[in-house]
Design a protein around this ligand. Structure first.
Ligand SMILES: Nc1ccn([C@@H]2O[C@H](COP(=O)(O)O)[C@@H](O)[C@H]2O)c(=O)n1
Ligand SMILES: C[C@@]1(CO)OP(=O)(O)OP(=O)(O)OC[C@H]1O
Length: 157
């Protein structure tokens, strides 16, 4: 068994929605990013890559590569799973925390879990998503952006 950790941050810019865990959430701002900016999935990709000692998301999908402009982060997650599968790894469970003062994420958490479980080929019971504010402290608390942490456990026979 191996474990990995991922962390990512995206700042806000003008816009009308956020992509988080593959869920489109109406909001008064958008993520500034090369891809769709799904900070939760980016942290999860890094946790999975980290567990398999395969580097990080920017190494596999550089933010200088036009192929990833506006990319669907769920497609990147599925590519990460393929990389792990090629190495004989399967995912045991993942746990993610989104650090966001706004918007309210609780109504979307189950849809996020279902998306991630589907992309990872896992039972939804192996996928957890949590949200926390920072009690208005720091960049998330000032509503300048959102951070996400993820941990993943992988295994092979
Ligand atoms: N963007 C967010 C942040 C938090 N939640 C939910 O609110 C609960 C309380 O948050 P604390 O910051 O006081 O820990 C938390 O358990 C989350 O379920 C949310 O929905 N959206
Ligand atoms: C997702 C990628 C894709 O080019 O770009 P961004 O959306 O900018 O996201 P970030 O987490 O800053 O970098 C990782 C990149 O792989």
């Amino acid at each position: 068994m191996r474990m990995g950790h991922g962390y990512d941050v995206h700042a806000f810019e003008a816009g009308d929605h956020l992509m988080l865990g593959g869920v489109r959430i109406a909001h008064t701002q958008a993520f500034k990013a090369h891809s769709d900016g799904d900070v939760l999935i980016h942290a999860l990709c890094d946790a999975l890559l980290g567990a398999a000692a395969l580097g990080d998301i920017g190494r596999h999908f550089p933010d200088t590569d036009p192929r990833y402009a506006g990319a669907d982060s769920r497609a990147l997650l599925r590519e990460v799973l393929q990389l792990l599968s090629a190495g004989g790894w399967r995912v045991a469970n993942v746990d993610c925390t989104v650090v966001a003062q706004v918007p309210k994420l609780a109504p979307h958490v189950e849809s996020m879990r279902e998306n991630l479980a589907s992309d990872l080929g896992l039972d939804v019971g192996r996928v957890n998503v949590k949200a926390t504010t920072t009690e208005r402290l720091g960049f998330a608390g000032r509503e300048e952006g959102i951070a996400a942490h993820a941990v993943a456990l992988i295994e092979r026979d």
